[in-house]
Each structure stands twice: as structure tokens, then as C-alpha cells.
Design a protein around this ligand. Structure first.
Ligand SMILES: C[S@@+](CC[C@H](N)C(=O)[O-])C[C@H]1O[C@@H](n2cnc3c(N)ncnc32)[C@H](O)[C@@H]1O
Length: 252
């Protein structure tokens, strides 16, 4: 099927293909983490296409950049530069490899192998947009994370996370084994190869953002996204409200 081209209505016209990962199958090979094409394509609509006006022309920080899939998508949406932080070295190597094979100008990206909290705390400079995708449920180090995001000076933060059901401002505790690539890396707080992490409720995420000076501006309408892509399935977590995407804007 020929790739359709998405028109975000922006004067900048980022020309993001509608079903992005049809054109970039490398990312179906470099990771087994939720790498089903349908799900990635729908996430691309919610994470990138819905926000291409803010990504276009921006310097972007991608927290937990994995194999570089969302960093690459941000560049394709018109970001001028992207910095990824990823805790697993082999995923950083894969991201660099894929970017090289796609001929991306090395001056437009940088992947850092390191713990996201420590790297942010050490200071990374300034960014326009922070993407925190698939990461909030692999940490409990929220103050370090959000203070670090605040310190980047970013006006926009795109969050995509699994959430714990219920209205209360709570975090459901779980532990992540270090062996699984999609989960928390071992850090100085881990014990016997396991890291204590938590799945926050929507209210908890909103509260974290608010505490650090960000308001939630919008959330993609998953019912509409599904209607507009009837043949593309596999986004049930989003449809059931077990996972959300949100755009937060700085109050400053
Ligand atoms: C569920 S995957 C999300 C990948 C991608 N951002 C996405 O949304 O598709 C979580 C990623 O976070 C990384 N990660 C886990 N703990 C980390 C940490 N403390 N610092 C940096 N990266 C970490 C994992 O290695 C993995 O690549």
C-alpha cells in the first residue's frame, strides 16, 4: 500500500507519512519491545502526528530512547536535532546503526548511554520538547526525572505511559527484572537484579507535571484515531484507558 501523507495543517508541513512504520521496518527488527507494526503505527499518530506542529523546528530530548524509533520519527516530523538517553548500551548501538544506515546527518542526533535520572541531573542543556515515552512506569524516581525535565527549559512535554486505573493520585508498585529490555535498567537502588518501579494513575501523572510547572494541554482522542484507521488494530490498552498519551505545556 502506498504511504499516505499526513497534513497536520501546519504552515511548516512536516509531511509525516500516515502509517509511518510501514516505511521504516528496521524498527520492527531492532527491538522486540511492543514492536508490532499496527501498534507502533497508531502510537505514531498519537505521539508524533498529533504533535508535529510543536516538533517541527524543535530541539527534542527523547527519554528512554530505546532503539531510536521515536527520535527518528521526531526528526522526520521536522525536529532540527534529537538527543536520546537510553540505559541499555546495545539499544544505543542499534539506534546509532539504524540512523547511520538511513543516512541521517550525525550533526542532527546524539544518543547517550546512561541512566535517565542521573543524566538529566548532570545537565544536558536546553531543549524545546521532551518526549517521555513508555518510561513513567519503569521508575519511581519522579522528582529527579521531573526536576531534570524542568531544567531543560522545554516548553512542551509529550508523555506516553501505561496508567493505573482509578481516579486517585496513586502509584501501583511493581518490580522490574533487569534482564528484560523493555523494563527498568539496574541502577544504584536495585536489589538482586530487580528495580522497584510503579505505574502511576492519570491523576498522579497530572500531579507530577503540575508540581514541576506543566499543565496538560491535550490528549489524543483514541476513539477518533481508531475510527480513522479502521484496518489497524492492536491499541487496546489505549482504547481501554490503560495507557495514555498527553501533551503538557510549561506555565512559564
Ligand atoms: C518500554 S521501553 C520504551 C521505549 C520507547 N521509549 C517507546 O515508548 O517505545 C522502556 C525503555 O526504557 C529504558 N530504560 C529503563 N530504565 C532506564 C533508565 N533508568 N534510564 C534510561 N533508560 C531506561 C529501557 O532500556 C527501554 O529501552
Amino acid at each position: 500500500m502506498a504511504a499516505l501523507h499526513f497534513d497536520c495543517g501546519s504552515a511548516l508541513k512536516c509531511n509525516t507519512p500516515c502509517m509511518f512504520f510501514d516505511d521504516h521496518p528496521e524498527f520492527l527488527e531492532t527491538s522486540s519491545t511492543a514492536a508490532g507494526k499496527d501498534r507502533l503505527n497508531l502510537r505514531h499518530v498519537a505521539i508524533i502526528e498529533e504533535h508535529c506542529k510543536i516538533l517541527s523546528g524543535s530541539r527534542v530530548l527523547d527519554i528512554a530512547s530505546h532503539d531510536g524509533r521515536w527520535s527518528f520519527a521526531a526528526l522526520q516530523a521536522g525536529a532540527t536535532h534529537v538527543t536520546g538517553i537510553e540505559g541499555r548500551g546495545h539499544l544505543v548501538a542499534l539506534a546509532n546503526q539504524t540512523f547511520a544506515s538511513k543516512g541521517i546527518d550525525p550533526s542532527r542526533f546524539r544518543f547517550i548511554h546512561g541512566d535517565a535520572h542521573d543524566t538529566l541531573t548532570a545537565g544536558l542543556g536546553t531543549f524545546d520538547v521532551v518526549m517521555c515515552l513508555g518510561f513513567l512506569y519503569h521508575t519511581l524516581r519522579y522528582p529527579e526525572l521531573f526536576a531534570g525535565i524542568r531544567a531543560t527549559g522545554a516548553r512542551h512535554v509529550v508523555i506516553d505511559t501505561r496508567v493505573f486505573a482509578g481516579g486517585a493520585r496513586v502509584v501501583r508498585l511493581i518490580k522490574n527484572p533487569k534482564e528484560i529490555d523493555s523494563m527498568a535498567v539496574e541502577d544504584r537502588f536495585s536489589y538482586e537484579g530487580k528495580t522497584l518501579v510503579g505505574t502511576p494513575s492519570v491523576s498522579a501523572v497530572v500531579h507530577m507535571l503540575d508540581t514541576y510547572g506543566f499543565d496538560v494541554a491535550s490528549q489524543p482522542d483514541w476513539a477518533r484515531i481508531r475510527r480513522e484507521h479502521p484496518g489497524v488494530t492492536k491499541a487496546r490498552q489505549y482504547e481501554r484507558g490503560e495507557r495514555v498519551t498527553m501533551l503538557a505545556v510549561s506555565r512559564d
